[in-house]
Design a protein around this ligand. Sequence first.
Ligand code: BEZ
Length: 189
Amino acid sequence: MSHNTIAINQRMDRFDGHESVWLFGYGSLIFKADFPFIERRAASITGWTRRFWQGSHDHRGTETAPGRVVTLVPDPGQVCHGMAYLVTPEEFAHLDHREKNGYLRLATEISFEGAGSAEGLVYIATHENAAYLGPASERDIARQIAASRGPSGPNSEYLLELARALRELGKFDHHVFEIERHLREFMAG
Ligand code: BEZ
């Protein structure tokens, strides 16, 4: 699969005709919603785990020195916490463009913190996309993040903002917090 997923995402018609659609965010969408939304709620999806396994050549790294950002990997029974946004369908054109480096829209059940659930969308970059980097130790991931920067800023800022936002939500994520721990060591020199 090529880097650019815009055309594939625009053929996704699951919510055609809906006035609004829930979007689940588990990465930068938790701390940076640069689009209008109708409502925002803490939420989770089941069967997925957040991992820093996707390469970022266009936001937090470059073509020759990619950074690492999160994707979701299937993990039966696991719960991934994040933030859900109710948006109008037009917002997906903007998001398809922003996340064109391998992320595909997937329909999923979203559970809201407190009570209730809704069918919505999540962007996932699978191992089949060209920008996928895959597993590495949390220390090696932290080292790569410490060294990477792209048009959207330092890769370290992305990691630290995500860790802060998860703490603010009161959610523990071992993978993210271990990378943060190693990153802070490297940054302290
Ligand atoms: C997110 O923050 O949920 C997100 C991650 C990757 C691509 C698009 C959104």
